[in-house]
Design a protein around this ligand. Structure first.
Ligand code: SF4
Length: 103
């Protein structure tokens, strides 16, 4: 399930609307995502899956798709709803025995 989700990072929305990715947009299982994962953002790096008349257009669309998981940025979300980000201790109360107690 991981690579199809990498190939279509909006997969939950796609599956909500139809039976799966459009023909030609499925994961090819080429494993380029795994190779790139060492130094690049997690995403689909198979150029054949992207629209474009030439390499440069396909590459630009690929990079746009890979970087799309970073937008909107958390700071933009905070500005849009005016809420401050949750403080970790407020977001996830510690349970007894978590090691945070003092003697
Ligand atoms: S890089 Fe290849 S294996 Fe990885 S998600 Fe894209 S098509 Fe699938």
């Amino acid at each position: 399930m991981a690579r199809p989700l990498i190939a279509n990072n909006d997969l939950p929305k796609i599956l909500d609307l139809q039976d799966g990715p459009a023909p030609g947009k499925e994961c090819t299982y080429c494993n380029k995502c795994l190779i790139n994962d060492l130094e690049n953002p997690l995403g689909c790096y198979e150029l054949s899956r992207y629209e474009g008349a030439n390499f440069d257009e396909k590459y630009a669309n690929m990079i746009t798709s890979v970087m799309s998981v970073f937008y909107p940025a958390t700071s933009e979300l905070i500005q849009s709803n005016g809420a401050a980000p949750p403080v970790p201790s407020e977001a996830a109360p510690q349970e007894a025995g978590s090691g945070a107690e003092s003697n």
